[in-house]
Design a binder for this molecule. Structure first.
Ligand code: F6P
Length: 549
């Protein structure tokens, strides 16, 4: 992977000039001038996902210049380096091979002189075997009862992907009840323990490192809670499975080797849902549906790897994102799924994007002189419409939005809801793009022929300037295959942007300092008599706490 600063490329300079030329163009004029705009700026992925990026402040020239940028920074070389298992995560000296986890065509992928597909296939076999026993009731708890509840204990990448998918694919769920515990706040695990029966619950302790404080404290609480019920630790073999790279720590915790699903350093935490970290997904929707999830992601991987950049969905969405982030200097991107069960998708993408591209040092070791990853946020539609869309439509900030919806609902009973939901999905991007200036529009609806004094007064407040960009990502259905493809799309979008920003997208050193300081402070809190010597603010806060405890 090359280390080219984007701002030093010719295409960056050319994009800057182009920006000043077209920044005030209005989308309503662009659509008016080019009746074919939708066809030019939309891509149909396998007749399953329609990606419409026509409602953006771009022209064909913008795309050409952005594609030049991708070429100049050697995006193509970077993609091949990732898929070929080169150690592109240089600060941790690791390869980045989540694509191998869904490589269902089983082509050999070599890393450290070994075909990683052998391990991947063994892992899939083990997940298939265990999930079958647990789902069909053959796996018994300590007192001989079948499992009814699964509790996934993990945080960050060991929680967000699996919990988001289990919720998104609720329509595919079997009889097992799924629970996710991530937060260190005792309320999280207590709330779950209230709902479950120790005799029929299986805990999955998911932690790549098996050193994460939140996960260990929650796993220990669960173990103690079970012990208080059974008055022995002999239940562990029947009620605890671990998913981790750190076999030694898992064994020390008390989980036997057979009950450990291992994985490898080339799987990054936030890209791990495709590995055994996704075992809760397998348990919830069954192994064959999990395979469909992998199939969808694999299809997107192949699209990313083999499609010319001018028709390549992750590349184009990444470039358009850079257009706003680095030229319009928009700070954020909103993710707006019009699907209630996809409501955790924005939170999932926060980690994918912000932990990957929230970096300020380039691949040459220098501070960057350009913006890197955007702030990701969002909410399900139509809830968001009644909360923050006011700012999207009439605020002073430019917020590029991704609208996500499906043609077919997963709720087959209340189909009329879906028609209404989709009408909002269509109309919001229309309103954002084209706005409304016509003073009489409202009056026309009310059969009033001429504007009143009151309506003239209200005019500036009711005017929508439009020209607010959005992508519409329209899936045939939120099903395992399409969801797999959608997630892979965003993963590759993030990687593409990281390559262009010239940063390392696969480490996360920024989360370490807080963890380290918490350890030191924790000693000060436990040792009541210890004099605390931090800064005056931290001292003040701790002393306030100590005055009550
Ligand atoms: O928050 C930092 C982080 O390392 C994430 O990257 C990771 O997903 C999460 O913590 C959990 O880590 P682990 O799976 O090792 O418990």
């Amino acid at each position: 992977m090359k280390n080219i600063n984007p701002v030093d490329t010719n295409s960056w300079k050319s994009l800057k000039e182009h920006f000043y030329k077209i920044k005030d163009l209005h989308m309503k004029d662009l659509f008016f001038q080019d009746k074919d705009r939708f066809h030019k700026f939309s891509i149909n992925f396998n007749n399953q996902i329609l990606v419409d990026f026509s409602k953006n402040r771009i022209t064909s020239d913008t795309i050409l210049k952005l594609l030049m940028l991708a070429k100049e920074v050697d995006l193509s070389g970077a993609i091949h380096s990732m898929f070929n298992g080169e150690k592109i995560n240089r600060t941790e000296n690791r390869a980045v091979l989540h694509v191998a986890l869904r490589n269902l065509s089983n082509t050999s992928i070599t890393y450290d002189n070994k075909n990683v597909m052998i391990d991947v296939n063994n892992m899939l076999e083990k997940m298939k075997l265990f999930s079958k026993l647990i789902i069909n009731g053959t796996w018994k708890g300590y007192t001989g009862k079948s499992i009814t509840d699964i509790v996934n204990i993990g945080i960050g990448g060991s929680d967000l992907g699996p919990s988001m998918i289990v919720q998104a694919l609720d329509a595919y769920r079997n009889h097992l009840k799924m629970h996710f515990v991530s937060n260190m706040d005792g309320s999280h695990i207590s709330n779950v323990l209230k709902k479950i029966n120790p005799e029929t619950t299986l805990f999955l302790v998911v932690s790549k490192t098996f050193t994460t404080e939140e996960t260990l404290i929650n796993a220990n609480t669960a173990k103690i809670w079970m012990n208080e019920y059974f008055h022995t630790n002999d239940f562990l073999d029947n009620h605890f499975i671990a998913i981790s790279m750190n076999v030694k720590n898992v064994i020390d915790f008390g989980i036997k080797l057979d009950n450990i699903f291992t994985f490898w350093d080339w799987v990054g935490g936030r890209y791990s849902l495709w590995s055994s970290v996704g075992f809760s997904i397998v348990l919830s929707i069954g192994f064959s549906n999990f395979l469909l999830l992998l199939h969808g992601a694999h299809a997107m991987d192949q699209h990313y790897l083999n499609t010319d950049f001018s028709k390549n969905i992750p590349v184009l969405l990444a470039l358009i994102g850079i257009w706003y982030n680095n030229f319009f200097l928009s700070e954020t991107e909103a993710i707006l799924p019009y699907d209630q069960n996809m409501r955790r998708f924005p939170a999932f993408l926060q980690q994918t994007n912000m932990e990957s591209n929230g970096k300020n040092v380039d691949r040459n070791g220098c501070f960057v002189r350009w913006q890197t990853g955007p702030i990701i946020w969002g909410e399900s539609g139509t809830n968001g419409q009644h909360a923050f869309y006011q700012l999207l439509h009439q605020g002073t900030k430019l917020v590029p939005c991704d609208f996500i919806a499906s043609v077919c609902p997963n709720n087959h009973v209340l189909v009329n809801h879906h028609v209404q939901l989709l009408s909002h999905f269509f109309s919001q991007t229309q309103a954002l793009a084209f706005g409304q200036f016509e003073i009489n529009t409202e009056n026309k609806c009310n059969n009033i022929s001429s504007p009143t004094k009151d309506s003239l007064y209200a005019f500036p407040y009711k005017a929508f300037e439009g020209n607010k960009p959005s992508n519409s990502i329209f899936l045939y259905q939120i099903n395992p295959y399409n969801l797999g493809a959608l997630i892979a799309l965003y993963e590759h979008k993030v990687f593409t942007q990281g390559v262009i920003f010239n940063i390392f997208s696969f480490d996360q050193w920024g989360v370490e300092l807080g963890k380290k300081l918490a350890k030191t402070i924790s000693c000060s809190l436990i040792n009541k008599s210890q004099e605390i010597q931090y800064d005056s603010s931290t001292n003040g806060l701790i002393n306030f706490y100590k005055s009550f405890s």
